[in-house]
Design a protein around this ligand. Structure first.
Ligand code: FMN
Ligand code: SF4
Length: 784
C-alpha cells in the first residue's frame, strides 16, 4: 500500500473520532461509523486491484504504438534489420521486434489451451496433402500408376506445385462418353482391328452410347473431329498402321501437326475430348526401327494438343497372328473404361525422384516426355520426312498397277484409255475429238502427280492415292518422267497388236504420240516442274491439255504456254463445292476465285476451259451461280459433262448412286439454260459442239464463231509453228473449223469409224477422261 493511501486513512480515522465526540459519544452512532468504515476499506482494496490491472494494459498499448515506429513495423523477419536475415543483431528497434516475437512464440508454446478465436486465420501445412498416388501405392505393393506426360513448362515446375498436382486428377466417367473408333487402312488389317475394338467396346453393358466406327480416309474434313469435336463427351480410339512409304495416314498426321502449329487454333484444342487412346499395328520384323512409329506420332500429336490419354499406346506386330493381341488390348481398354478410378492425365516427373524406379518402369519402356518438348521429339520430326509418293513395294503401287496404270518414277502415272484402244480399232475417239480435234489413238493420258489436294466424291481414287495440300515427296526429273511415260505408253500400245480389228495405219501412228492429256488421277499442277514438263512435251510436238482443280493459284499464275488449259468447276457455290470436292484447303473457295481471276487476266492468252461435271442432286440446280463463275473467269469454252456411274462405291466414301447420273436430255437442258443465262447477262456464249455418247456438250465464246461458223477445233501444226517462232501469240491464232458432225445436235460421232454397240453385261464404265474402262474395273466408283 502506498504512503498517500495511509495518510488518507489517518485523516479519515481522526474525522470519525471528531464526529463521535461532537455527537456526545453515543454508542449506536459509534457502531454505525465503524461498520461504514469497514465497508469503505473493503471497497478501496478492491478498486486498487482493478486499477493495477488497467495500468498494466495502458503500458502494453504504449509499447505497441512505439513498435509501429520501428524499422519493420514489428514484423521482424527478413525485412527487419534486427532479424537474422539482415545479419545485424539489435537493429533500429534494438532487437525489440525479435525479442517480442520470441516472447510471443514462448507464450504460444506454453499456453495450455490455445483456442483461436473464430476471426483468426488458421495456417495449415499442405506439403503432404497431394502425395502422388503412385508413390504411396507402390510402397504398399499395389498397382503402379501408368507413366503419363506432363504439360508443364520446365521453368514452371517448381512453383505450380499445389495447382498442378490438383489438376492431375480427373473423375470423368469414361463409360458415359460417346466413343469414336477411327482407323486408316491400306490392306485391311487396321480396319479389321478397329472392328475388333468396336465389337469389344459395343459389348460393354456399362456403355451409355453405342460406339461409332469411322474411316479417317473417308472424312471430308479432319477439322470436324480434330479441331471441332462432335460433342462434349467424345472419346477417340485410333487404330493406325505404319508405313515407311507414303500412305493416306501421312496426310492425317500432317494435318494434326499443322493444327498444332497453327496460331489460329487453340493450343490445347483437344482438351474438349474426354480422352483418347491409340492402337498401333505394324511389322516389327521387317521394320524393327520404324515399328508402329506412326501410331506413336499420332499419340504424341494428340497429347500435344491437349488430348488426355486414357490408355497406353498399343504396339502390335501383325506379322505373326496379331489379331489375338488386338483382342487383348481391346479387352484391357474396355476394363479401363469401366474403371471409375481417377486417371492421372498430367504428370510431374520430379515426383518420381522420391523413390527409385521399380522394375515395372522397365516394362513400360515408355519414354517420359514433357509436352512442351513434344514438338521437338525426333519421332515427330519424322511426320514431315520426305518419302517417295509411291514406293515400288507400297500397296498403292500394287493397287494402281492392278488398275492398269504404269507408275513412272515415284509420283507419275500413265495409262492407255479405252478410247485410245477404240480408235486403234476404228471405233471412234473420245469427246475431245469432236470438241477439239484430238485423235484418241495418238493421245497419251498422264499425270506427273498421282497425289491430289481434293477428295472429289466422283473420283475413282479408291481412297488410296495420296492427298496433300502441298508437295511433300521426292521429286523426279521432268525428262525422266516423259521418257519413261512414253515407254510405258508404247509398251501398252504394243500389246494391242494382236487385238482383232486394229487398223495397221493407226497402230503405226500410235507410236508417235501427238497429244498428252495431263489429268488422269491426281493434280498435275502440284508437280513442282510442271511448266518444264509441258515445254518438254512441246519440244516433241506433243500438245498439252492440262486439267487443274483450281486450288493452286500460284503455279497456275506461273504456268507457261499450254495448248489448252482446263479448270475443273465441280460446283457453283461454296457449300456445294465443299460437298462435291471435299477440298483439303480451308480457303478452298478463295483459291477457286483467285484461279478464276488468273484465267481472266494473266492466263487470258491461253485457250481456257471450264470443265463442269454434272451430278444430279449435288450440283445441277443453280445455273445462275455457274453464270457468276463464268462471268468472273471468262473462259473460252465451257465443257459440260454428265458424271458416269462406274459401279459400287465400296468403302471409299463415294456416296453416289445411279440416281445421281444425269441423262443426256438433262445435261442438254442444263447447258441450254446456262447459255441463255449468260446471254441474258450480255456475255457472248452459245452452245457449239457435242459428243452425245459421252454426255458431253460444249458452250463456246462466240468469238470462236467466225463468219457464222464455229471454230472450236485446234490447228495443232499452227500451234507448234507459233510456239517455235518464239513470238507471243494467243488462243485465237491456232483455230480450225468445227466439222459438221461435231456440232451441237449432230451427235459428234466422227465419220470413218464404225459405231460399236457393246452388249451390256454390266455397267459401262469410264475413267476420269470420260473414257470407258474394261468391265473388270467394275468395282470402281464414279469417275468423270
Ligand atoms: C510398304 C510397306 C511399308 C511398311 N512400313 C512399316 C513401317 O514402317 N513400320 C511398321 O511397323 N510396319 C510397316 N509395315 C507393315 C504394316 O504396317 C502392316 O502390314 C499393317 O498391318 C498394315 O495395315 P493395313 O492392312 O491396315 O494397311 C509396312 C508394310 C508395307 C507393305
Ligand atoms: S477428280 Fe481430280 S481433282 Fe478430284 S480428287 Fe480426283 S484427281 Fe483430284
Amino acid at each position: 500500500m502506498s504512503l498517500s493511501t495511509n495518510l488518507t486513512d489517518h485523516l479519515l480515522v481522526c474525522a470519525v473520532v471528531a464526529v463521535y465526540l461532537i455527537s456526545g459519544g453515543r454508542v449506536s452512532i459509534g457502531c454505525s461509523i465503524v461498520v461504514l468504515y469497514a465497508l469503505s476499506m473493503y471497497d478501496s482494496a478492491k478498486n486498487l486491484k482493478v486499477s493495477e490491472a488497467e495500468s498494466d494494459q495502458v503500458s502494453l498499448e504504449g509499447a505497441e504504438k512505439q513498435k509501429k515506429k520501428t524499422c519493420c513495423g514489428g514484423k521482424g523477419g527478413s525485412s527487419c534489420c534486427s532479424s537474422g536475415g539482415s545479419g545485424k543483431k539489435g537493429g533500429c528497434c534494438g532487437g525489440a521486434c525479435a525479442s517480442k516475437k520470441k516472447a510471443q512464440e514462448e507464450l504460444t508454446l506454453t499456453s495450455p489451451n490455445p483456442e483461436p478465436s473464430v476471426d483468426e486465420p488458421i495456417a495449415i501445412d499442405f506439403t503432404h496433402a497431394f502425395k502422388p498416388a503412385r508413390s504411396s501405392k507402390s510402397k504398399t505393393g499395389t498397382k503402379k500408376m501408368p507413366r503419363l506426360i506432363s504439360r508443364t513448362a520446365g521453368g514452371a515446375k517448381k512453383d505450380t506445385g499445389f495447382f498442378k498436382k490438383a489438376l492431375t486428377v480427373s473423375n470423368e466417367k469414361l463409360s458415359n462418353s460417346q466413343i469414336y473408333v477411327f482407323y486408316s487402312s491400306l490392306q485391311g488389317a487396321a480396319e479389321r482391328s478397329a472392328k475388333t475394338v468396336l465389337e469389344t467396346l459395343s459389348g460393354m453393358p456399362e456403355l451409355k452410347r453405342t460406339p461409332k466406327l469411322l474411316n479417317l480416309d473417308d472424312l471430308s474434313d479432319f477439322d470436324d473431329y480434330f479441331v471441332n469435336v462432335p460433342g462434349p463427351d467424345a472419346l477417340y480410339i485410333l487404330v493406325l498402321p505404319s508405313y515407311d512409304s507414303d500412305s493416306p495416314l501421312d496426310f492425317f498426321l500432317q494435318s494434326l501437326q499443322e493444327n498444332a502449329n497453327d496460331f489460329r487454333i487453340d493450343k490445347f484444342v483437344l482438351r474438349k475430348l474426354v480422352g483418347y487412346a491409340v492402337l498401333g499395328i505394324g511389322d516389327s520384323e521387317s521394320w524393327p526401327e520404324k515399328f508402329c512409329y506412326q501410331a506413336r506420332q499420332a499419340d504424341l500429336l494428340l497429347a500435344k494438343q491437349g488430348g488426355r490419354r486414357v490408355f497406353p499406346v498399343g504396339e502390335i506386330c501383325m506379322k505373326f497372328g496379331g489379331d489375338p493381341k488386338v483382342a487383348e488390348w481391346s479387352k484391357l481398354l474396355s476394363e479401363t473404361l469401366r474403371d471409375d478410378e481417377p486417371i492421372l492425365y498430367e504428370y510431374d516427373e520430379t515426383l518420381d525422384d522420391e523413390e527409385p524406379q521399380g522394375p515395372e518402369d522397365e516394362l513400360t519402356k515408355e519414354p517420359l516426355i514433357d509436352l512442351e518438348d513434344v514438338g521437338k521429339s525426333s519421332e515427330l520430326q519424322d511426320v514431315s520426312s520426305v518419302k517417295k509418293m509411291i514406293g515400288k513395294d507400297s500397296p498403292t503401287f500394287k493397287n494402281l498397277t492392278k488398275q492398269g496404270y504404269t507408275v513412272v518414277g515415284s509420283h507419275s502415272g500413265v495409262k492407255i484409255c479405252r478410247w485410245t484402244k477404240n480408235d486403234l480399232r476404228g471405233r471412234g475417239s473420245c469427246y475431245k475429238h469432236s470438241l477439239f480435234n484430238i485423235v484418241s489413238s495418238r493421245c497419251m493420258e498422264l499425270t506427273p502427280s498421282l497425289a491430289c489436294s481434293s477428295k472429289c466424291i466422283f473420283c475413282w481414287r479408291h481412297g488410296t492415292n495420296p492427298v496433300s495440300k502441298t508437295w511433300r515427296w521426292e521429286v523426279d526429273d521432268p525428262e525422266y518422267i516423259l521418257e519413261n511415260a512414253l515407254q510405258g505408253h508404247y509398251a501398252k500400245i504394243k500389246q494391242m497388236r494382236g487385238v482383232p480389228g486394229v487398223i495397221a495405219e493407226r497402230f503405226a501412228k500410235a507410236f508417235k504420240v501427238r497429244h498428252c492429256a495431263l489429268s488422269l488421277v491426281g493434280e498435275p499442277i502440284m508437280y513442282p516442274f510442271i511448266s518444264k514438263f509441258v515445254s518438254l512435251l512441246h519440244q516433241k510436238e506433243i500438245s498439252s491439255f492440262l486439267v487443274c482443280n483450281a486450288q493452286h493459284p500460284e503455279p497456275l499464275r506461273d504456268l507457261g504456254k499450254v495448248t489448252q488449259l482446263y479448270v475443273s468447276i465441280d460446283a457453283p457455290t461454296k457449300n456445294e463445292l465443299k460437298k462435291v470436292d471435299r477440298p483439303l484447303y480451308r480457303d478452298f473457295w478463295e483459291r477457286l476465285m483467285e484461279c478464276l481471276d488468273i484465267l481472266r487476266t494473266t492466263q487470258s492468252h491461253q485457250r481456257t476451259v471450264f470443265r463442269m461435271t454434272l451430278v444430279k442432286g449435288f450440283n445441277m440446280a443453280d445455273v445462275s451461280a455457274y453464270a457468276d463463275l463464268v462471268q468472273r473467269g471468262l473462259p473460252c469454252f465451257i465443257e459440260v459433262k454428265g458424271a458416269t456411274f462406274c459401279g459400287t462405291s465400296d468403302g471409299n466414301g463415294n456416296p453416289l448412286t445411279m440416281q445421281n447420273i444425269p441423262f443426256y436430255e438433262e445435261c442438254a437442258k442444263f447447258v441450254k439454260s446456262l447459255a441463255t443465262e449468260l446471254q441474258r447477262r450480255g456475255l457472248e456464249y452459245d452452245v457449239a459442239a457435242e459428243h452425245a455418247h459421252s454426255n458431253c456438250i460444249l458452250i463456246a465464246s462466240t468469238k470462236f464463231k467466225i463468219n457464222n461458223e464455229w471454230h472450236t477445233h485446234i490447228d495443232f501444226d499452227k500451234f507448234f509453228e507459233l510456239l517455235n517462232s518464239g513470238k507471243d501469240f494467243d488462243h485465237m491464232e491456232y483455230l480450225q473449223k468445227t466439222p459438221e458432225w461435231a456440232l451441237f445436235g449432230n451427235g459428234g460421232f466422227a465419220p470413218g469409224n464404225t459405231r460399236f454397240y457393246k452388249k451390256k453385261r454390266g455397267q459401262e464404265i469410264q475413267d476420269k477422261e470420260g473414257q470407258n474402262l474394261p468391265e473388270s474395273a467394275n468395282t470402281q466408283p464414279i469417275v468423270v
